[in-house]
Write a protein of this length. Structure first.
Length: 98
């Protein structure tokens, strides 16, 4: 510690803590790709296409569907969201996403 001016002190990071922190960061960067490469990523099959009912305060206002398809070595994921909020038979809010 040293004094900048009367009543003010400043502390330094100790050299050992700085070096160990830098070493730990370098090691984690070096081994991160190897750790992630061993992790398998498995997508659901086409039979497991989930469909969700969207509710607001207990009232159904729409659906959200996710479907998976495998073709030519690729897996395609398709999502559809349809929401509609009506007030006195008039659409107050509508949202559609594909």
């Amino acid at each position: 510690m040293f004094r900048l001016s009367p009543g003010k002190e400043r502390t330094f990071i100790r050299r050992r803590a700085l070096l160990m922190g830098g070493f730990a960061g370098a090691v984690s960067c070096a081994f991160a790709p190897a750790a992630h490469a061993a992790t398998a990523f498995v997508l659901p099959t086409a039979a497991a296409n989930p469909r969700f009912s969207v509710r607001y305060k207990g009232i159904g206002i729409g659906t959200h569907t996710i479907s998976y398809a495998s073709a030519t070595g690729e897996t395609r994921v398709k999502t559809e969201i349809n929401l509609e909020v009506k007030v006195a038979f008039i659409s107050a809010y509508a949202f559609s996403h594909r």
